[in-house]
Design a protein around this ligand. Structure first.
Ligand SMILES: Cc1cc2nc3c(=O)[nH]c(=O)nc-3n(C[C@H](O)[C@H](O)[C@H](O)COP(=O)(O)O)c2cc1C
Length: 344
C-alpha cells in the first residue's frame, strides 16, 4: 500500500503537466462576461485590492491554494510559495497535514520564519479529522502556526484512490466539533468537485463562515488518482474523471448564504478571479498554476506569476469601474446559458 509521502510525491509529479486536467468540463467562468466600462472615472492607482478573509487583511483577493507537505520537496515548495504570499500579501495553504498527525517533525509545515504575517491555512481531510482527537488537531495548528484550518471533503477522489477512504459518515458532526473546539476558523474545502448549495446551507447552519469551492474545470483529482490507480478503480476513474460542479457554478450556488467564498479549481488568471468575484466570491485561489511556475523557475517565477494575476485583477476592476474587488459583484455582467442553469 503506498504511504502518504509516496502519494504526495506522485501528486506533485502528475500535477506538473496538463494530463490531470478535466477532459471536457470547464469552470464555466468563461461564461461570465463582465461589461466594459469605457468611462471608469478611476486611476489605476485608485484601485484598492485589499480584501478581508478569515478575519485577516490580504493585499489582493488571492490565495496560493493547498498543495503539499510531508515529503522532502515540500519544504522548499512551501517555503518559497509562502514567501511569495508574504511579499505580495496573499493567503497561502499547506497541503494535507496528515503526516503531522504521525510525526510532529514531518517536512514542509514550517514557514513562519519566511512568512510571519500571512494568512496561513492548515489542511486536513474530513475522515482524518473525524478520526483524530481534538487535542491532535489543536496540536497541528500549534505546530504549523496557521490562522485557519481547511477541512477538505473529497469523496470522489478517495473512492478512486488506491487504499483511499470509503466511509464518509459523520462528516457534518466532525465539522460541528471542529468549529466548536478550535480557536481558528474552519474552512470547508473540496478538492476539485465543487460545493453545492445544499452543502453550503448545512455548513452555514453550523456557523462556519468560509468555504473553498474547489470546483470542477481545473485539476481533476479523480483524474490524478486514476493515473495512479490499479486496474480495480481505473475504469471507474475514467468514467468519473470529469465529475463535479464547475467552479463558476459552485460560486453561484452558494450566493446569498452569507459565506465567504474562496473560488479555486481551474482559475487561470486574474480575469478568472474577477469573474468569480463578480459571482459573489471573496477571493480566488490557484494551486497547480503556481506549482507549474515554481517547477519552471522556483520562487522568482512563482512571484512573477502571482504578481501578474494581481495586475490582471486590478485591470478587471478598472475596466468595470470597480474601485475595489468587492465592487465587482455589482458590476454589470452577462452570464452564459449553462452557468445560469446553476443559479439557485
Ligand atoms: C499538487 C497538488 C496537491 C494538492 N493537495 C491538496 C491537499 O493536500 N489538500 C487539499 O485540500 N487540496 C489539495 N489540492 C487541491 C488544490 O488545493 C485545489 O483545490 C485544486 O487543485 C483546484 O485548484 P487548481 O485547479 O488551481 O489546481 C492539491 C492540488 C495540487 C495541484
Amino acid at each position: 500500500m503506498p504511504n502518504h509521502s509516496d502519494r504526495k510525491a506522485d501528486h506533485l509529479d502528475l500535477c506538473a503537466s496538463d494530463q490531470v486536467a478535466f477532459k471536457a468540463k470547464t469552470t464555466l467562468l468563461e461564461q461570465v462576461q463582465l461589461v466594459h466600462d469605457a468611462l471608469p472615472e478611476l486611476a489605476v492607482s485608485d484601485i484598492d485590492l485589499t480584501t478581508q478573509l478569515c478575519g485577516r487583511t490580504l493585499q489582493a483577493p488571492l490565495v496560493i491554494s493547498a498543495m503539499t507537505g510531508g515529503v522532502d520537496r515540500a519544504d522548499a515548495i512551501n517555503r518559497d510559495l509562502a514567501q511569495v504570499a508574504q511579499e505580495l500579501g496573499l493567503g497561502f495553504g499547506f497541503g494535507s497535514m496528515r503526516p503531522l498527525l504521525e510525526d510532529p517533525k514531518a517536512a514542509g509545515y514550517r514557514v513562519r520564519e519566511v512568512a510571519p504575517d500571512i494568512l496561513l491555512f492548515g489542511n486536513l481531510g474530513i475522515v482524518q479529522a473525524r478520526d483524530a482527537s481534538d487535542q491532535q488537531i489543536v496540536d497541528l495548528i500549534g505546530i504549523s502556526d496557521c490562522n485557519a484550518l481547511c477541512v477538505h471533503l473529497n469523496p470522489a477522489m478517495e473512492v478512486i484512490q488506491p487504499g483511499g477512504d470509503n466511509d464518509f459518515r459523520g462528516g457534518l458532526d466532525t465539522l460541528a466539533r471542529l468549529h466548536e473546539v478550535l480557536n481558528v476558523p474552519v474552512v470547508v474545502k473540496e478538492t476539485g468537485c465543487g460545493l453545492s448549495r445544499g452543502v453550503g446551507q448545512r455548513v452555514a447552519a453550523l456557523g462556519i463562515q468560509t468555504v473553498d469551492v474547489s470546483g470542477a474545470g481545473g485539476t481533476s483529482w479523480v483524474g490524478v488518482e486514476t493515473l495512479r490507480a490499479r486496474a480495480a478503480t481505473q475504469r471507474l476513474g475514467e468514467l468519473y474523471w470529469d465529475w463535479g460542479i464547475p467552479t463558476g457554478a459552485s460560486v453561484l450556488q452558494l450566493q446569498g448564504l452569507g459565506l465567504e467564498i474562496i473560488a479555486t479549481g481551474g482559475v487561470r488568471n486574474g480575469l478568472d478571479v474577477a469573474r468569480a468575484l463578480a459571482l459573489g466570491a471573496t477571493a480566488g485561489g490557484i494551486a497547480r498554476g503556481f506549482l507549474i511556475a515554481w517547477n519552471d523557475g522556483g520562487q522568482k517565477a512563482a512571484h512573477q506569476a502571482a504578481a501578474e494575476v494581481i495586475s490582471e485583477i486590478r485591470l478587471a476592476c478598472l475596466l468595470t469601474g470597480s474601485r475595489t474587488p468587492q465592487d465587482l459583484v455589482k458590476a454589470p455582467k452577462f452570464l452564459g446559458p449553462e452557468l445560469v442553469q446553476w443559479r439557485p
